[in-house]
Design a protein around this ligand. Sequence first.
Ligand code: PBG
Length: 332
Amino acid sequence: MQAYPFYRPRRSRRWKWSRELFAESKLCTNDLIQPFFLLDGKKKEVNIEKMPGIQRYSIDRLFYKLEEIEELKIPLVAIFPCLEDHLKTSNGEEALNEDGLVCSTIREIKKRFPGIGVMADVALDPYTNHGQDGLIDEAGNVINDETVRVLCKQAQIQAEAGADVIAPSDMMDGRILAIRKTLEDLNRTDTLIMSYAAKYASAFYGPFRDAVSSKLGKTASKKTYQMDPRNTDEALREATLDIFEGADMLLVKPGLPYLDIVYRLNAKLDMPIFSYQVSGEYAMLKTAVMQSMLDEKDAVLESLICFKRAGSSGIISYFSMQAAKWILNLEK
Ligand code: PBG
């Protein structure tokens, strides 16, 4: 490389066109995945207190949003159910209801919007009255192998309902292999698995638990199955296992505080890595915007391009639809 004054880095930054030309990362609406929270019933659109600007929708209202998703060319939506308390049990049986909220919504979406990819979450926390992602023993410990058996059934009914992507977010050991085998046995050879390979036990999921009305108590934690935020070698082991077990894509979660993990997995593994800008990150940005401390468009688009720069193939973000409108210049 030449030294100053022969090389002046500012030259490439001088004009808008030159900045565009020299940009090393690009964000387009195809990089985005939009999560939705589901409610049973009709004509429901309910605010989520800890996620200002995000609603839970009944299926009829979700359809309006999916029309926008199609226009904005967002390829994939992730769905999460918010169940009434009476449907929550210790073993989360409602997760296996083929006519429950998630499976019936998947069928409806695929009927009306066959071109939109649908990703379904595999984990028991929206269905359990204790809020853990799996079955618990008498001492309250989440039991791995029994849980995996239930998760396979949950994945099975989601795949049979038409889910394109099965996304196990539970962090049980061996679940990717077990789910892949289940899908093979069903001859569902086209169903993708997005493995939450490196999902950390994070404080940034707080608002999400409000959104799905999870019953996880204040003192309970998920630290016996979700990863320790101090670790990164372990993320590499988790991701490597999931690739061998049959994952098609790997997810790192949360998002911005964990970009080093994305970078590291990308450098070592020849697999698409995705990021999840989680509910707490959404809430932080949105609150600062509401207090006029940040400019929403600039801050959100900057946060999203950072994922691409770090090596994420795509981003699950609650800002996806809004960002897509900015990217396509439909909104200022
Ligand atoms: C649960 C699940 C969680 C999220 C996605 N799936 C919460 C948790 O693990 O407690 C968090 C998403 C977010 O915070 O936006 N299986």
